[in-house]
Design a protein around this ligand. Sequence first.
Ligand code: COA
Length: 214
Amino acid sequence: MYRLSAGRGAVKRIHTPRAGAFSPGFLCRCAFLEFKNPGLEDPACGAAYSNIRMEIRAATPGDVPSVIPMVRKICALHESWDPAKYTFRSDPGEMYRAWLGRRATDQRSVFLVAERSPGPPPVLAGFLVATVEAEIPIYRVDEFGFIHDLWVEEAYRHEGLGRQMVMLAIERFREIGVEQIRLDTAGANEVARALFASCGFRVSTMEMLVELKT
Ligand SMILES: CC(C)(COP(=O)(O)OP(=O)(O)OC[C@H]1O[C@@H](n2cnc3c(N)ncnc32)[C@H](O)[C@@H]1OP(=O)(O)O)[C@@H](O)C(=O)NCCC(=O)NCCS
């Protein structure tokens, strides 16, 4: 069972994760998180929050169309931080579409979505996608988990969703059997580094970049 510290005014409860029944054979556990802060407005209906429940679960291929707008936002945010590094050839959402579909059915990928309920309609509040990557053969570690993207919609931030998805990803990678999990963060992204540090990550490599003007 995961426990989150009470955060930024909201009262929240995490329920015991249960074995996921969402994609056959996918053992990723699910978690439920309740938002009970009457002072916050529920973006889905415009009214004050009243006992919103978030379910973090394994994504299915049917979730991909709802994840793509969040992919576009995370790409735009990174491009705004560092256009030299994060400028995309074309619509990154479309470029992700087929890849995300494969992640949703790959037993060695971790693809989680946070879905608010009660619905309908179902509303996704965030996602995390990660894969197992091979290390080059000079190193003792053969492969490692790699978190590619993590996004929580602005209206649902600071309630513990990001951390809960990261902790579930760590648990899933432990089940898969990798020894390490890695990720990159943009130099400007101190919020994400604070989140990952609070989940046990430390800084490893620090990438440097110089632009050669022609
Ligand atoms: C980073 C992100 C996923 C965090 O989602 P979230 O649901 O708000 O995160 P949580 O509520 O779980 O916060 C976890 C921890 O992150 C850190 N954190 C979150 N928001 C923070 C803020 N505004 N300032 C400082 N630290 C913050 C804190 O350590 C926090 O722990 P605490 O609540 O006990 O203080 C979200 O801000 C986001 O989607 N950002 C844009 C996309 C992005 O940067 N993704 C990561 C790319 S590597």
